[in-house]
Design a protein around this ligand. Structure first.
Ligand SMILES: *Cc1c(COP(=O)(O)O)cnc(C)c1O
Length: 405
């Protein structure tokens, strides 16, 4: 990899903070005990470290440590929450509610429930990516078991009104799960204040290591029950068997402590970087569209469509910047992202969309370099675009009669 590359894909994953790596190192070498070994000091010190990390996770979301179980990441936490609750409450009901913009690990878990005979409502979202609370209320029936709505979206950064969703679910006696992988450590989230019953999080989205995460499971009012999806040694109160990833868990705890300590200053810094990016790119280029909400958004995310450029060409020309596109390459066909489609971005525009994930290690000068590169590449591609030429000349493309071919 080129070492002059700029990493701006922090919604996909983040660099592990050196302070996190430092905290993890001894747990690879001198301190390699199994946290479930009860017969010697190696086990005891590992268990102590795991419990300290559990307390850090609980503190970050306003929970009790006994409500936290460790997993391999948000994918596993989401699968366990959705499928585990469905299995436990099979006699209570067969209806589930989620949104149209969830991460695949939630939406595909829901589709798996559909295949086993349950009914799932996929709520649409508005142009900013928020669900309609009235539609949620209407969708709930006496057969509804669980509502799963993500806290912040990984593509467009939109933050949902979690407290309002929690309130509706509570009033109707329905469990509320939220995939908070993009939210925890970036904006305040509190399971009590927001009426959240289950919450998934992941370490590698918050400058921790990959392959470790947690699931919060409410213990009272109501006590949430679920069926384990992994059989084995009965670790994590029987809900997640398998030897604990002590090193990763220590990293998750440290990553969360840092994120919580620095949240307010980082939010301000991140917002300044984002606003600098946006105001500069707007000053340089016309016909750009920001996808999502500027009001309800995690600070580090910017998702922008650049009209009148060929999306793939743009991405290819930005070799020096690591970003994500608005299309997912599935079996050689370019499909526009389901999230952009759900917020009403047309197929053409979706293909020109780029997600910029600004993070802890990005600097002002990197922002400026990316803006300069983008400006140059977009201008060059637009010079080759007959459509852009027409728009510049004041032609209203809606009124143009194209020759059939
Ligand atoms: C990254 C991400 C996941 C998956 O998390 P892993 O820890 O990589 O399994 C799930 N949901 C959202 C919103 C994410 O951003």
């Amino acid at each position: 990899m080129r070492n002059d590359m700029i990493y701006m894909d922090n919604n996909a994953t983040t660099r592990t903070d050196p302070r996190v790596v430092e905290a993890m190192l001894p747990w690879f070498t001198e301190k390699y005990g199994n946290a479930h070994s009860r017969n010697h000091a190696f086990g005891w010190e590992a268990e102590e470290a795991v419990e300290a990390a559990r307390a850090s996770v609980a503190r970050a979301i306003g929970a009790d440590p006994r409500e936290i179980i460790f997993t391999s990441g948000a994918t596993e936490s989401n699968n366990l929450a959705v499928k585990g609750v469905a299995e436990f409450f099979v006699d209570r009901g067969d209806h589930f509610i989620t949104s149209a913009i969830e991460h695949k690990c939630v939406s595909d878990s829901m589709k798996s429930l559909e295949r086993s005979g349950r009914k799932v409502t996929f709520l649409g979202v508005d142009r900013e990516g928020r669900i309609d609370l009235a539609a949620l209320e209407t969708a709930i029936t006496d057969k509804t078991v669980l509502v799963s709505i993500m806290a912040a979206n990984n593509e467009i950064g939109t933050v949902q009104d979690l407290a309002a969703i929690g309130k509706i679910c509570k009033a109707r006696g329905v469990l509320f799960h939220t995939d908070a992988a993009q939210m925890v450590g970036k904006q305040p989230i509190d399971v009590e204040a927001m009426g959240i019953d289950l919450l998934s999080l992941s370490a590698h989205k918050i400058y921790g290591p990959k392959g470790v995460g947690a699931l919060y499971i409410r213990r009272s009012k109501p006590r949430v029950r679920l069926v384990a999806q992994m059989d084995g040694g009965g670790q994590e109160r029987g809900l997640r068997s398998g030897t604990l990833n002590v090193t990763g868990i220590v990293g998750l705890g440290r990553a969360l402590d840092i994120a919580m300590e620095e949240m307010e200053t980082e939010r301000v810094r991140m917002r300044a970087l984002r606003d600098r990016f946006l105001s500069r790119i707007r000053a340089n280029l016309d016909h750009i569209h920001v996808n999502g909400s500027m009001e309800h958004r995690i600070e580090g995310n910017l998702n922008i469509s650049f009209a009148y450029v060929e999306g793939e060409s743009l991405l290819m020309s930005l070799k020096e910047v690591a970003v994500s596109s608005g299309s997912a390459c599935t079996s050689a066909t370019l499909e526009p992202s389901h999230v952009l489609r759900a917020i009403g971005v047309g197929e053409e525009l979706a293909h020109t969309s780029i997600r910029f994930g600004i993070g802890r290690f990005n600097t002002e000068s990197e922002i400026d370099r990316v803006v300069d590169m983008l400006t140059e590449k977009v201008n060059r591609l637009r010079e080759m675009s007959p459509l852009y030429e027409m728009v510049k000349e004041g032609v209203d493309l809606q009124t143009v009669k194209w020759n059939p071919h």
